[in-house]
Write a protein that binds this ligand. Structure first.
Ligand code: FEO
Ligand code: CA
Ligand code: CA
Length: 632
C-alpha cells in the first residue's frame, strides 16, 4: 500500500534536530572513508557479512550485467537496453468461465469482478510445470475506489460485494507461446479467492473463544481474506498469502468499549474508508467484535487444486503481515521469517516442530500448524551499525507471557501477537516489509521502509538497525544466524543499505556509501533473491521527484550484489505506481513484476493501455532480447 503520506517533506529534520549524532557521525565517517578509499571495491557499511566476504578473497558475488536506467517520471516502464517488457495480466482480465472483458465504462460488477483478476496485484509466486507452462498465484491487496466505482465510493451492498470480489488472490495458468508468456483464460487451475471465500482456521488458536462469532460458533470457519500484501511459497508446493492492513475494513456506527488489542492493531469504529460495515454486518464491530481476530494471518493455498480450502495458519501469529519467507534449515526444520508493517512494530520467525520430508510432499501439509514463534531483539550498541541479536520465544508461561500479564493461553498470545512481543522486549523497527533469505548462504535481509515516528514517539527512540529520526528514506538490514543455523536463538546483524539522497544531504540522510546520485531511491519494500544470489529491491515510496525525493523519480526496481554492496537501478515504473511482487521462471529468463496502482488518487496515468484509458494494476513480463538470464 502506498506510503506517500509518511514521506512528507515537512517531516524531514535538519541535521541539528537529530540527537542521534553519534550514529550519524559514524555513518558519515564510514561514508567518507569508504567513499575515497573503498569506492572502487564497492564497500559500504562493513559489518560481519563484509568481513566474511573480504576474508573469502575471490568472492565477488553475482554478476549484474545490465546498463542501469536513469530515474524518470514517465508514464511507462523503463528497462535497460537489450531488455523488453510486455503486459501479462491486468486488473479485470477475465480468468473464469462466464467472465467478460474489462468494461472501462462500468469497471465491471460484483459478478464480473469475481470471475476476473482482482485489483492491486501485490506479492506473487510462479509454480512451474514445464519450461513453457506454469501457474501464477498473486495477491490482490486492495481496491482503488477512484477507479473501481464510477462515483469513487462504496455506497451499497452491491458496491461492497464488488469491492470484496476485487480483493483476495487470483490464480491463473500461463503459457509461453512463440517466446511470449500469455495468460490462459479459463484454464483448469484458474481460481478467484475473495473476501468471501470459505476458509479454515487451523493451528493452536483455532477454536479459541477469541475466534468465535455468531456465524461461526466453532471458531474455525471464516469467510475470505483481504489486504493480502506479500507472499511466500513452501517447498511442498503451496502458496502463502499474508493479510496486512485488515483493521481498516472494520468499523461501526456505534461507539465501542475501550479495547487495548483493538488500539494496538488500529481497529476503531471509524474504519479506514472501505465502508463495508454499513452494508455488511460481518464488518460491524459492535455486532461482531471477534470478526477482526479472524484476519491478520498467513493463509496457505494449494494452487494445484482449485477446490481446496485455504487455511489460515494461526501458529504464525496475527500481525499486519508483509511476506512469509520460508527456508528449510540444514537439519530439515522449516523456518518462516515475517515482518509486521507498521511504525515501531517487529520482525518474527516461526520454527516448525516437525521436519520437512522431501520424499513425501503431502506429509508436509500441516507443518505450519505446530512450532514456535519468536520475535527479534536487536542488541543496540550506541554508534554501531552492526551488532548482535536474539530471538525471543512467544510461548505461554515464558518470558513474562503469563495469565497475570493478560495472556490466558497460547491462543491469546497468537491472536494478540503484538502485545506479546512488547511484553518480551522486542525491538521496534522502521516498518518491516519483505524478508528475503539468500539462496545458498544463511543470510537474511529485510526492508525497513520508512518511519516518520522514529525519534518522535517515546517508544521509538533510534536504535542500531533503525538509526535515523524521522526516517523518510528507509534501509535494508541483514542478519546471519549463529552457526548458519536458522533455528538458532542468536544472530549478528548489520545495515546493508541506508537509502538516502546524497545530492541533498551530507549527513546520514545521504544514505550509506552504496547509495549514489545514480541509484538513489526511497522506501524499499519488495525484496527477493534470484537463484544466482542477486538481490532485487522494489520501492513503494514517495514518487513526487521533489524536495527530499528530488532525483528519485517514479517507484522503481533495483538489483544489488549482496557481497560488494553494489546497487543498480533496473526498472522504473509508470506514474503513481508502486512496484511490488516478483517471480522468475525456472530458467530465470523471464521475470514477472507487479505494477500496483498506476494513477492512484487520480494521478495522470493511463498505464498500461495509454490514450485516455483507465489505469489498471498489471503484471508485466520482462526478458532479455538475446534470451539470456535476467540481471546477468
Ligand atoms: Fe502492503 Fe507493507 O505493504
Ligand atoms: Ca509492501
Ligand atoms: Ca510499503
Amino acid at each position: 500500500m502506498n506510503t506517500f503520506d509518511d514521506n512528507d517533506q515537512r517531516n524531514h529534520p535538519r541535521p541539528d534536530d537529530n540527537d542521534f549524532s553519534r550514529m550519524v557521525n559514524t555513518l558519515l565517517s564510514r561514508r567518507q572513508l569508504l567513499g575515497t578509499a573503498g569506492a572502487g571495491l564497492g564497500l559500504f557499511l562493513g559489518g560481519q557479512g563484509m568481513a566474511q566476504a573480504a576474508n573469502s578473497g575471490a568472492q565477488v558475488g553475482p554478476r549484474i550485467g545490465f546498463k542501469p536506467v536513469a530515474a524518470n517520471s514517465l508514464d511507462t516502464i523503463t528497462v535497460p537496453a537489450g531488455y523488453q517488457w510486455r503486459v501479462l495480466a491486468s486488473w479485470g482480465d477475465a480468468i473464469l468461465p462466464g467472465g467478460t472483458a474489462f468494461d472501462p465504462a462500468t469497471r465491471g460488477t460484483a459478478i464480473s469482478q469475481g470471475l476476473s483478476i482482482g485489483d492491486n496485484n501485490d506479492g506473487m509466486s510462479f509454480f512451474s510445470f514445464s519450461a513453457d507452462h506454469g501457474v501464477i498465484a498473486v495477491n490482490n491487496e486492495y481496491a482503488n475506489y477512484e477507479y473501481l466505482f464510477a462515483n469513487g465510493r462504496c455506497v451499497s451492498i452491491e458496491d461492497a460485494r464488488k469491492a470484496q470480489a476485487a480483493h483476495g488472490v487470483s490464480v491463473f495458468e500461463v503459457r509461453r507461446v512463440g517466446g511470449v508468456w500469455k495468460l490462459q483464460p479459463q484454464a483448469r487451475l484458474n481460481r478467484r479467492i475473495t473476501a468471501n471465500t470459505e476458509m479454515r482456521l487451523s493451528g493452536p488458536a483455532a477454536g479459541s473463544a477469541l475466534l468465535k462469532t455468531m456465524a461461526d460458533p466453532t471458531g474455525t470457519v471464516v469467510l475470505g481474506t483481504f489486504n493480502n500484501c506479500a507472499n511466500g511459497r513452501t517447498p511442498w508446493g503451496t502458496y502463502l498469502t499474508c493479510e496486512e492492513n485488515f483493521n481498516g475494513y472494520f468499523g461501526s456506527a456505534e461507539s465501542l468499549p475501550d479495547n487495548p488489542a483493538f488500539k494496538r492493531y488500529g481497529i476503531s469504529a471509524k474504519g479506514a474508508g472501505q465502508n463495508w460495515f454499513p452494508f455488511d454486518g460481518r464488518f460491524d464491530l459492535a455486532k461482531n467484535p471477534n470478526e477482526p481476530n479472524r484476519f491478520g494471518w498467513v493463509v496457505e493455498i494449494d494452487p494445484m487444486d482449485p477446490t481446496s480450502t485455504p487455511i489460515k495458519r494461526t501458529a504464525l501469529g496475527r500481525i499486519k503481515h508483509e511476506n512469509a519467507e520460508v527456508v528449510v534449515n540444514a537439519d530439515g526444520y522449516v523456518v518462516v521469517y515475517m515482518g509486521d508493517d507498521e511504525k515501531g512494530e517487529h520482525i518474527y520467525k516461526f520454527v516448525s516442530s516437525k521436519k520437512f520430508d522431501p520424499n513425501n510432499l503431502k506429509a508436509n501439509r500441516d507443518l505450519l500448524d505446530e512450532g514456535t514463534l519468536y520475535v527479534a531483539r536487536f542488541a543496540t550498541v550506541d554508534g554501531q551499525a552492526q551488532g548482535e541479536g536474539e530471538w525471543l520465544e512467544l510461548k505461554h508461561g515464558k518470558n513474562g507471557l503469563t495469565v497475570e500479564a493478560g495472556f490466558k493461553d497460547q491462543a491469546e498470545i497468537l491472536v494478540h501477537t503484538r502485545l506479546a512481543a512488547t511484553v518480551v522486549g522486542a525491538t521496534t523497527m522502521d516498518r518491516p516489509e519483505w524478508v528475503a533469505v539468500h539462496p545458498t548462504q544463511a543470510q537474511v535481509y529485510v526492508t525497513l521502509t520508512n518511519n516518520s515516528d522514529r525519534g518522535v514517539k517515546p517508544n521509538q527512540a533510534p536504535n542500531g538497525p533503525n538509526p535515523r529520526v524521522k526516517n523518510v528514506y528507509g534501509q535494508i538490514v541483514r542478519w546471519t544466524p549463529q552457526g548458519n543455523d536458522h533455528t538458532s536463538h542468536r544472530f549478528t546483524w548489520d545495515i546493508f543499505a541506508l537509502a538516502g539522497n546524497p545530492t541533498l544531504h551530507k549527513d546520514a540522510y545521504a544514505g550509506s556509501a552504496n547509495i549514489t546520485p545514480d541509484n538513489m531511491f526511497n522506501s524499499p519494500d519488495g525484496l527477493a533473491f534470484d537463484r544466482d544470489g542477486r538481490l532485487w529491491i522494489q520501492t513503494d515510496g514517495n514518487y513526487s521527484n521533489a524536495k527530499a525525493f528530488e532525483g528519485m523519480g517514479n517507484n522503481q526496481m533495483l538489483c544489488a550484489n549482496p557481497v560488494t554492496g553494489e546497487i543498480q537501478r533496473f526498472m522504473v515504473g509508470p506514474v503513481a505506481c508502486e512496484i511490488t511482487g516478483v517471480a522468475f521462471t525456472t530458467d530465470q529468463k523471464t521475470m514477472f513484476v507487479g505494477i500496483q496502482h498506476p494513477g492512484e488518487k487520480l494521478a495522470p496515468s493511463h498505464f498500461p493501455q495509454g490514450g485516455e484509458s483507465v489505469p489498471r494494476s498489471s503484471i508485466i513480463a520482462i526478458s532479455r532480447r538475446d534470451g539470456g538470464v535476467v540481471g546477468a
